[in-house]
Design a protein around this ligand. Structure first.
Ligand SMILES: C[S@@+](CC[C@H](N)C(=O)[O-])C[C@H]1O[C@@H](n2cnc3c(N)ncnc32)[C@H](O)[C@@H]1O
Length: 342
């Protein structure tokens, strides 16, 4: 496949709302249209009907506007027929669509010339259109997670052979990436809410065969409940296969969004780094979407008061059009903080 089509396909499998469509002139080619039909639309429904409809409508319109000779150029029948079929399917009301879960395929940002079946991917069941906050906020993979995943993927030495605790893991994408393709030694994926922990567990099992069954050195992450305010039960939460490992890295994405909880989070980081694992040179990498500078300032100050140093990492993620996988937009800036003991 041409790189522009590979990128478009990866975006489609991740249900990216504004993918990079190849130009109409390229889509005019009957072979290209056949490939699109086969890989995007043929067989069991690939993606929810509303999403397929939106993408196919745009593909058809790009092809139609590129037609020069109507006797020679056309939209192939299977694409037109599929559009007809999709338009017979019901559309969910917006409130239901926002909570509907889908299986999203995240492809790692690796070369476009790797055959599709060899390109590492992570399957995550989630509600990609979730907007609301509240107790379901972890049922969607947020941009900060994709940003942190892109960063550790590009700097895999930070993760390889490490014993990792992820805080507020949400859907578990970052933990799965670290434990699987990035070969961390042990990964504990934690979240404060039992139903989110259940969802992480399901996502771990969903990827068992593709990420963990062939390579004996890779260990599946373990999902556990860990509420940041519950330091009394920390030891139990940190157990992994019956013992507490010498954890040396903490990861977290989009967990600094509430001014009420950031002091609790800073306190937990202090307990982990200075009291429980003081010998391990433990660090935390926290990715935050900067929606509110004030909340971040409260977090930084709470860390500082506890003897922790917070540094912003200089990381330029490729722009949307240049991304090869783990696609994410940055409507708000996303930063990654490195936190360590002073
Ligand atoms: C915005 S979501 C981010 C999820 C995931 N890291 C991502 O970026 O896609 C915040 C996560 O933190 C969890 N969380 C919020 N407050 C928490 C607390 N006090 N203790 C533990 N987890 C908490 C939520 O359940 C949710 O999964």
């Amino acid at each position: 496949m041409d790189p522009s089509l590979v990128q478009f396909h990866r975006q489609y499998m991740q249900q990216v709302q504004n993918p990079t469509f190849p130009p109409g002139k390229y889509l005019l080619d009957g072979n290209v249209q056949n490939q699109i039909y086969k890989h995007f639309f043929d067989g069991p429904l690939k993606g929810p009907p509303a999403y397929q409809r939106k993408i196919l409508k745009r593909i058809i319109s790009l092809i139609e506007s590129a037609i020069v000779d109507p006797d020679e150029d056309a939209v192939i029948d299977p694409l037109m027929e599929h559009m007809g079929y999709l338009s017979t399917l019901p559309t969910l009301p917006p409130a239901e669509a926002a909570c509907e879960t889908q299986i999203i395929t995240y492809t790692l940002p690796e070369f476009f010339d790797t055959p599709a079946q060899l390109t590492p991917r992570i399957l995550i069941e989630e509600a990609p259109n979730l907007l609301a906050a509240g107790s379901n906020v972890g049922l969607r993979t947020w941009e900060a997670s994709l940003h942190l995943a892109t960063y550790v993927h590009a700097n895999s030495n930070l993760v390889r052979d490490k014993r990792i605790i992820e805080l507020g893991a949400g859907t578990g994408l970052v933990s799965l990436l670290c434990a699987g393709p990035l070969a961390a030694k042990q990964v504990l994926a934690t979240d404060g809410l039992p139903h989110i922990v259940d969802a992480v567990e399901k996502n771990i099992l969903r990827n068992h065969r593709s990420l963990f069954s062939g390579d004996a050195g890779r260990r599946m992450p373990i999902a556990k409940q860990l509420d940041w305010g519950d330091v009394q039960n920390l030891e139990e939460a940190l157990e992994f296969d019956g013992a507490i490992p010498e954890y040396d890295l903490i990861l977290g994405a989009d967990i600094t969004y509430s001014p009420d909880v950031v002091p609790i989070l800073a306190e937990l980081l202090k307990v982990l780094m200075m009291e429980m694992f003081p010998e391990n040179g433990m660090e935390a990498l926290i990715a935050s979407t900067v929606r509110n500078e004030k909340t971040l300032a409260v977090f930084r100050e709470a860390c500082r008061q506890r003897g922790l140093v917070v540094e912003d990492i200089d990381f330029e993620c490729p722009s949307g059009k240049e991304q090869k996988g783990l696609f994410h937009e940055q409507a708000f800036p996303i930063i990654i903080m490195r936190i360590r003991v002073r």
